[in-house]
Each structure stands twice: as structure tokens, then as C-alpha cells.
Unconditional design. Structure first.
Length: 669
């Protein structure tokens, strides 16, 4: 029978040791006054410096930024006034912003002082543009070398140094300003005066103070050792055991109980922990299995979504001479069953496909990829729309063990004539985009994957310049609000009609698509999306069109110039278009290495568009970053593209079949 040990509370032990430490420290308090006051003043100064620097950073970041300080004298004067305000209200002696170059020379950008005379003198001596540069303080060297407390403590940034100069005894705090990559952009310096902390002790008391300090340090050292032995180390050991038992299934047979003279809170925790292990260990296996399965499923969905985004982008626009086509997909889950496809089948003809796979989730996404890929291959091979759909259906039915099916609408636009051929396999009827949008009565057909002997027919319509076709999945019309009311065909038609003015007679196909998606989201804003939403708009713009093949030389640009002048006359608008086109044409000739170049010019309503097509190296001028250049570097390239972005209403780029296609659109006013 184990004899119960007397319990001595850890709290009692700590209180007893603290009382002893206080008695000892009281004796030597007088010798530590100077240090305590100095530490307090230092902390107060640090808080003041950090707060002031943070406020100054906020002011600069919310106005014109740090770059403008080196370029705009009026902006520096504004920041100088802000700095003086901080000096006057926060008892700061000096406040300044500066940089340190690669030679470790300091360059003041803005400097201010609370005193008018000191402020004037400082700006005369160290102001922006002055030749005099102050040497670095040790704290600045430490920051540059990474030797400050901020490198080990993310809650602080900067450090201080106590200096004596012609402006008095100062505490100088240096706070670095860093960019998003953690590199130092510039520094903020904060100076404030401090009175003498304490008088220098008499020579007779120095030895006594030293003895008292040694005695106090000894007391605290003993206290730390006791706390570590009685409290810290046992708790650390217990913490290690808590972590280890999750990894070690045999922990329950290995654990040990600490042997002590007295029982205390730590021994109680150990006993409770040992009891807890017995209960928790039984559940660990089940939890690990459930977690592993969940992570595996989540990983599969993330991979599937990544692959699907590569096959079906969330948004896509294809434009050129005589057409502008856009598509948007918004899946209801991580991976969806809806899809759209926009591609060229041959010169002058664009194919647009919208489909809806039955079901949701990973299997529906895989089935969608199979249908989309096989249908694209057959259409690219030049087979008819109906023939391609029927052949895909036969192939799918042979291996459709899960009884999946898909509704598909396929359309083919002749960009030169506006003739739109289409075939439907059980999909929603499309909406004609015109001055009064209305639905086209099409043969409903049969969904792909249900029967192996379906019959699908083709039909066609003639689109006028500025007209188009809206193709969508049932996730649009069947979206519901909180009252279970469907979005419906009427709201879809109204959403397209509302976008007619903004899309300028159908020449911006993304406008009606985005308007429909927005209207559906507003209608179902209080409901979870239960079905995939997919829209595609085909817009024909072939009222006026010019096309020609040019030789890759500067002299060939005269053909483009003459075409624009002949179409628009010699005016400000035509000269602006010629200037932009000449810059783009020169870039293609100079840098692409192309030996085959086409240009297309078409006009529809108030839009004038020029498309360049070349077989040069791939280059996307729409999304490529342009470097900032000095005046003497303006002739080294890049400015033509920048000019084209500024002067054109819209720039679009895509690369297909080894050719670059760049379209510039201009407003005719």
C-alpha cells in the first residue's frame, strides 16, 4: 500500500521564492534605479518611435507613395509638414526619411525638427539634394548586416542608438521601410532628447553597488534554477510525452511517472494525462483513417479542378476580323460537368460548343473531358456538325457503363458571310442577340449517350452585322431564388437586352455573357449554387472588312495607311489609328522574325478594328510587362506597345496554329 505523500503547492513555492527575491532585491534597489529608469525611457522612446513611424508610413502609403518623394518637391514639402506636426505633438526632436546607397552613404530625402531654427538649419545642411552626407550610425550598420533584434523577433523592426552631437543628447531610433519582398526600401529616423537619467554615483559607492548587483544576480540565478527544476522542466517533459504518444502506439507501456518527495499540481497533471491516454488512444485510429480518406478525396478534387481549368478556362474570348466570341463557366462544385469550347476549324470559320453533362463531381468531369475532346477532334477534321455529334454518340454508348449523358449545342460561324450553322443534341434553344432578342426554334434532338442510333439534323441562319447568338446551359434558366422561383428564359432575354447599349450593337461578346452571369447571381444571391452555369456569346461584325497579305518590310505599311485614310479620311482619329498600327507593324517586322504577315481591317458601327496575323515568335503584347525607361532609353523598344495600349480602346491577343493574332479596336467619334 502506497503511503500518500504530502502535497506542497507549486504556487506556494513560487510565492515563497518571490518573497525572498523581493527582500533581496529591495536592498539593492537604489543601485539599480539608474538602469531601471534608463530601460523605461528606452522602451518609451521605442514605442514612440514605432508609433510615429507607423503613422508616417500610413500617410505616405495612402497618398503618393515613397517613389514620389524623390521626384516631386511639392510632395516632399507636404510630407515635411506632416513630419513637423509629429515632432511638435509627440515631443520628437528630429524626424527624417532617408536612403542608404550601395556605398553605405546616407542621403536625406525629408528632414524636420520641432524647433523652427533647428528645422531651418537641418534642411540647409542635410536637406534633399545637399552634397553633405552623414556617416552611418552603428545601429544602421547593424540593420543592414541583419544584426538587430528585428531579425529574430517579427514583432519589432528597427533599433536605436544613444548619441551626443551639436543638437544635444539624443536617442536615435532607426526603422527600416521594407517592400513586399522584405527588402529595405528606405529608412525613417526618429530623434528625441532625454534628460540625464541619474547622477554619477560617488566613487565610494561603486564597489558597494557592484557587490549588491552580484548578490541580486545570484539570488535570481538560484530562483531560475529552482523554477526550472521544480516547474519548467517537469512540464516540458510532460509536454514531450503528450506529443510522443500520438506517434508512438506503444506509449502506454513505456510511460513513466516522475518520483518526488511531495505531490503537486504537476504530478496531478501527469496522473490525469496517463488516464487521458487510455481514452484517446482508442479513437486515434478512427480519426486517422477518416482524415486520410478526406485528404485523399480533397486532393483528387483539387487535381481534377486544376486539369479542368487547363481544358476549360473560367473565361475566354476569341476575336478577329468579323467576329467576337466569349465564353464563361462557373461550376457548382470543385469540378463541374458543363463545358464550352471555342476554336477555329479553318480559315474564316469558328466553332462554338456548349454542353451539359448529367450529374456532378469527378466522374461527370471525366465524362465531360472525353466528350469534349472527341467532339473537337471530329470537328477539326472537317466533319459536319450533325455527323460529328452522331459519331461521338456511338463511341460513347459503347463504353458508357455509368449511363451518363450530355446535351450539346454546336454552332459554326463563317466570319466572312455571317452564316451560322448549328446542330442540337437535346440542349436548350439559343437566344438571338439583336435589337429585340428572341429565342430560335431549333430541333431539340436527343442527348448524347442515351441511344446509339439517334438522328441529329443541321440548320443555319444568316447573322447581320452586329447580331449574335447566346448559348447557355440549363444552370442559367433553372437557377432559383429563396422562394424557389426559376430565373427563366424571360429574365435571360431581359439581361441580354440590357447589355445591348453597352456592347455597342453586339461587338463585345463578353458584355452580354457577364451581364447574364451577374443577373443569375443576383437572382440566387441567398441560395447555394446547385448547378453549373455556362454561357457563350457569338457576335458577328462583318459589315466592312479589308484583308491583305504584306511582305515583312517597313515599306509595306503604306498599304495599311492608304486603307485607313481611304476608309476614314485624313482626320485626328485616322491619324491616331495609323500611328498605333505603325508602331505595332514596326515591332512585328523588327523583333518577331516573321516572314508571313496578314492584316484585317473591319468597321462596324462606331468600332474600327485592325488585326495583325504573323508567323513570328510567340509574343503577347497585351499581358507582357513593360519596363520603366529613362528618357535616353526610349528608343530601346517597348514604347510602341505602351502607346498602343493607351491609344486603342481594346487589345486582344491569341496564338493559334503557329501564328500570332493581335486585334486593336478603336472608337470612331
Amino acid at each position: 500500500m502506497n503511503k500518500k505523500k504530502p502535497k506542497l503547492s507549486i504556487l506556494f513555492r513560487i510565492v515563497l521564492m518571490v518573497i525572498l527575491a523581493l527582500i533581496a532585491s529591495t536592498i539593492i534597489t537604489s543601485g539599480l534605479v539608474n538602469r531601471i529608469v534608463m530601460d523605461y525611457a528606452t522602451r518609451q522612446g521605442e514605442d514612440l518611435a514605432q508609433t510615429t513611424a507607423a503613422a508616417l508610413k500610413t500617410v505616405i502609403a495612402s497618398t503618393e507613395g515613397y517613389d514620389a518623394l524623390a521626384e516631386d518637391a511639392s510632395y516632399r514639402e507636404k510630407i515635411h509638414k506632416v513630419c513637423r506636426y509629429f515632432c511638435e505633438t509627440c515631443a520628437i526632436q528630429n524626424l527624417y526619411i532617408y536612403t542608404i546607397d550601395e556605398n553605405r552613404k546616407k542621403h536625406i530625402i525629408v528632414i524636420a525638427s520641432a524647433d523652427d531654427e533647428d528645422d531651418r538649419e537641418l534642411n540647409e545642411v542635410y536637406g534633399f539634394g545637399s552634397d553633405r552626407s552623414r556617416p552611418l550610425f552603428q545601429v544602421e550598420k547593424d540593420i543592414l548586416d541583419g544584426n538587430t533584434e528585428a531579425d529574430n523577433n517579427p514583432d519589432t523592426d528597427g533599433d536605436y542608438e544613444y548619441i551626443i552631437n551639436e543638437y544635444g543628447n539624443l536617442f536615435t531610433y532607426v526603422i527600416p521601410v521594407r517592400d513586399d519582398d522584405g527588402e529595405i526600401y528606405c529608412f525613417i529616423g526618429v530623434d528625441f532628447t532625454a534628460r540625464r537619467i541619474t547622477d554619477i554615483a560617488d566613487e565610494d559607492f561603486r564597489m558597494l553597488y557592484a557587490i549588491r548587483i552580484v548578490f541580486a544576480l545570484s539570488i535570481f540565478l538560484i530562483l531560475i534554477i529552482l523554477l526550472r527544476r521544480l516547474v519548467t522542466k517537469p512540464i516540458q517533459n510532460l509536454s514531450k510525452e503528450m506529443r510522443s504518444y500520438v506517434r508512438d502506439r506503444e506509449y502506454s507501456r513505456k510511460r513513466r511517472v516522475r518520483r518526488t518527495i511531495f505531490d503537486d499540481e504537476v504530478t496531478d497533471i501527469e496522473a490525469s494525462f496517463n488516464e487521458m491516454v487510455e481514452d484517446i488512444s482508442g479513437y486515434l485510429g478512427d480519426i486517422e483513417n477518416l482524415t486520410r480518406e478526406r485528404i485523399q478525396n480533397q486532393t483528387q478534387f483539387e487535381i481534377a479542378r486544376s486539369i479542368q481549368c487547363g481544358i476549360i478556362p473560367d473565361e475566354y474570348t476569341l476575336s478577329g476580323a468579323g467576329y467576337d466570341i466569349s465564353g464563361v463557366e462557373k461550376p457548382a462544385k470543385e469540378v463541374g460537368g458543363d463545358f464550352y469550347d471555342i476554336f477555329r476549324t479553318d480559315e474564316g470559320r469558328i466553332c462554338v460548343v456548349v454542353g451539359d453533362i448529367s450529374g456532378k463531381g469527378l466522374y461527370a468531369a471525366l465524362f465531360m473531358v472525353l466528350v469534349k475532346t472527341e467532339l473537337r477532334e471530329k470537328l477539326k477534321a472537317g466533319k459536319g456538325l450533325a455527323v460529328s455529334l452522331m459519331e461521338v454518340n456511338r463511341d460513347i454508348c459503347l463504353a458508357n457503363t455509368a449511363n451518363m449523358f450530355a446535351t450539346i449545342f454546336v454552332s459554326l460561324l463563317d466570319t466572312k458571310t455571317g452564316r451560322l450553322t448549328y446542330a442540337n443534341a437535346g440542349h436548350n434553344r439559343p437566344l438571338l442577340i439583336c435589337s429585340e432578342p428572341h429565342y430560335i426554334d431549333v430541333n431539340s434532338g436527343t442527348a448524347i449517350g442515351l441511344f446509339d442510333d439517334i438522328e441529329i439534323t443541321e440548320d443555319e441562319i444568316e447573322l447581320k452585322s452586329g447580331e449574335g447568338l447566346m448559348i447557355y446551359s440549363d444552370g442559367v434558366t433553372e437557377a432559383i431564388d429563396k422562394d424557389k422561383v426559376l430565373f427563366g428564359e424571360e429574365r435571360l432575354s431581359a439581361a441580354v437586352k440590357e447589355s445591348l447599349a453597352a456592347m455597342e450593337s453586339g461587338r463585345n461578346s463578353m458584355t452580354p455573357v457577364k451581364n447574364v452571369i451577374s443577373a443569375v447571381s443576383e437572382h440566387s444571391k441567398d441560395m447555394e449554387q446547385f448547378d453549373d452555369i455556362t454561357c457563350a456569346a457569338v457576335c458577328y461584325m462583318g459589315s466592312e472588312q479589308e484583308t491583305e497579305t504584306l511582305s515583312p518590310e517597313i515599306a509595306s505599311f503604306s498599304h495599311i495607311r492608304n486603307t485607313v485614310l481611304g476608309s476614314l479620311g485624313n482626320n485626328k482619329t485616322s491619324r491616331n489609328i495609323i500611328l498605333v498600327c505603325e508602331e505595332i507593324f514596326t515591332n512585328i517586322i523588327s523583333y518577331s522574325g516573321a516572314d508571313n504577315l496578314h492584316y484585317f481591317i473591319y468597321r462596324s458601327g462606331n468600332t474600327y478594328a485592325v488585326t495583325f496575323s504573323d508567323n513570328g515568335i510567340p509574343f503577347d503584347p497585351v499581358n507582357s510587362p513593360l519596363p520603366e525607361k529613362d528618357f535616353d532609353e526610349l528608343d530601346t523598344g517597348g514604347m510602341g506597345i505602351k502607346l498602343a495600349r493607351l491609344k486603342s480602346r481594346e487589345m486582344t491577343y491569341h496564338r493559334e496554329n503557329g501564328r500570332n493574332h493581335l486585334t486593336l479596336k478603336f472608337d470612331l467619334t
